[in-house]
Design a binder for this molecule. Sequence first.
Ligand code: AP5
Ligand code: ZN
Length: 214
Amino acid sequence: KRLILIGPPGSGKGTQSPLIKDDYCLCHLATGDMLRAAVAAKTPLGIKAKEAMEKGELVTDDLVVGIIDEAMKRPSCQKGFILDGFPRTVVQAEKLDGMLEKQGTKVDKVLNFAIDDAILEERITGRWIHPSSGRTYHTKYAPPKVLGVDDVSGEPLIQRKDDTAAVLKSRLEAFHRQTEPVIDYYSKKGVVAELPAEKTPKEVTAEVQKALSS
Ligand code: AP5
Ligand code: ZN
């Protein structure tokens, strides 16, 4: 399947995507993770993306479309994919559809992680991540066995630089202004499934499975 996960910061996209197990799991592309890796490695892409990311604004469409265009050429992405955090503007959605059209395919399902803004600050400020695996924890909702340490590798966990209440405000603003229109764009194509993202992680996984089997 060719899947897109859309939702505001902290809605659970990164938490659910590794749990959506199937063939297409081989190709899980999260533009935020890819950009953070580029920033950490100080590549030309990372240098261009850093400032916007720290402010909670979107990086330019050209930069992210370039990343996705490159990544989708991988053999593992031919059968299907999960896109987490892309497309985030209508221009990105149109570019993606153009790429898929050339391959004679299209997006099968867009999972819309619907959640009230008021819940997101607690989710975002309590998040800890293990950068190399992408494993995500939460001080209250998904605590690691040892505070600040990854359960599997024993390596330290970090907090994202943009996970502050102040930066969250701009990220939410960008979501409502630039990304919500993408949901309308795909609604018109009849491929959107709305998920109640306020439920517990397990319940949300069950909802994802239900949406994918229908
Ligand atoms: P990105 O990395 O995509 O960040 P985001 O969209 O803000 O989303 P998050 O990663 O914050 O949320 P999530 O839904 O994955 O939440 P998670 O599952 O971790 O983008 C970062 C930046 O990169 C952007 O601001 C932009 O600058 C740039 N960028 C990226 N893509 C771009 C694009 N296409 N175009 C332009 N710019 C782009 O969950 C959060 C916390 O909640 C965790 O601690 C988790 O344990 C907990 N949690 C999860 N589910 C539940 C639950 N059901 N109940 C309780 N707690 C839960
Ligand atoms: Zn994420």
